[in-house]
Write a protein that binds this ligand. Structure first.
Ligand code: S3P
Length: 183
C-alpha cells in the first residue's frame, strides 16, 4: 500500500483515542475510533453491547471491523484495548504501522479515574487491570512498535508516533528507535 494506515492500540487508559485524534489532525488524515464505529453501527454503547449481547458478540464485531479497516489505507485508527490481542486481528493490519501504547497499572488507574465504565473493569479495577494486563503481555509484545506513555502528555506521544512514522515511511531502517518509539 502506498499510504499505510497508522494503528494505535494498547491497554485501556493508555490514551489511544486522544493520541490518535492529534496524530490524524497533524497528518491531515481521517481518524477512525474503532469502538465508536462499532457503537454507531450497532446503535448501542460498548457497555450495552457487552450487557445485552455478550463479549463474544462484541469480539466478533471487533474482528469484522479489523478486516474492514485493515483493507483500507491512509487512516489513523485507534482500536479498543483488546482488539489486537487476537493474532488474526493483528494480521489484518499487516500493511499498516501498528503502535502499542504502554504504561503501568498505577498510571492506567489514574488516567481512567472515577469514570471507569469499562465492562471488563467492574468491581475491583486494580485487580482486574493487573490480571488483564499480565494476561495480555505476550500478545502486546507481538506488536512491532511500542511507545512508553508513562508521564507523557498526549501531544508528546502523538509527536513520537509521527516522528517514527515519518522515518519509517521515509525508508530509514532505524526509524522507530530514533523517533522515540521502540521496536
Ligand atoms: C476493551 C477495551 C475497551 C473496549 C471494551 C473492551 C478491552 O476499549 O473495546 O470495553 O478488552 O481491553 P478502550 O481500550 O478504548 O477502553
Amino acid at each position: 500500500m502506498t499510504n499505510p494506515s497508522i494503528v494505535i492500540t494498547g491497554f485501556m487508559g493508555t490514551g489511544k483515542s486522544s493520541v490518535g485524534k492529534i496524530v490524524a489532525r497533524k497528518l491531515g488524515r481521517e481518524f477512525v475510533d474503532m469502538d465508536a464505529l462499532i457503537e454507531s453501527r450497532e446503535g448501542a454503547s460498548v457497555r450495552e453491547i457487552f450487557e445485552t449481547r455478550g463479549e463474544v458478540y462484541f469480539r466478533e464485531r471487533e474482528a469484522a471491523m479489523c478486516a474492514e479497516l485493515g483493507a483500507r489505507e491512509n487512516l489513523v485508527i485507534a482500536t479498543g484495548g483488546g482488539a489486537l490481542v487476537n493474532a488474526d486481528n493483528l494480521s489484518r493490519f499487516a500493511h499498516a504501522l501498528v503502535f502499542c501504547l504502554d504504561t503501568g497499572v498505577d498510571q492506567i488507574l489514574s488516567r481512567l479515574g472515577d469514570s471507569i465504565d469499562r465492562p471488563l473493569l467492574r468491581d475491583n479495577p486494580r485487580e482486574r487491570v493487573t490480571t488483564l494486563l499480565n494476561s495480555r503481555r505476550a500478545a502486546y509484545a507481538r506488536i512491532e512498535l511500542h511507545v512508553d506513555t508513562t508521564g507523557k502528555s498526549v501531544e508528546q506521544v502523538a509527536d513520537e508516533i509521527i516522528n517514527a512514522f515519518m522515518k519509517v515511511s521515509g525508508g530509514d531502517s532505524h526509524a522507530a528507535s530514533l523517533g522515540g518509539a521502540s521496536r
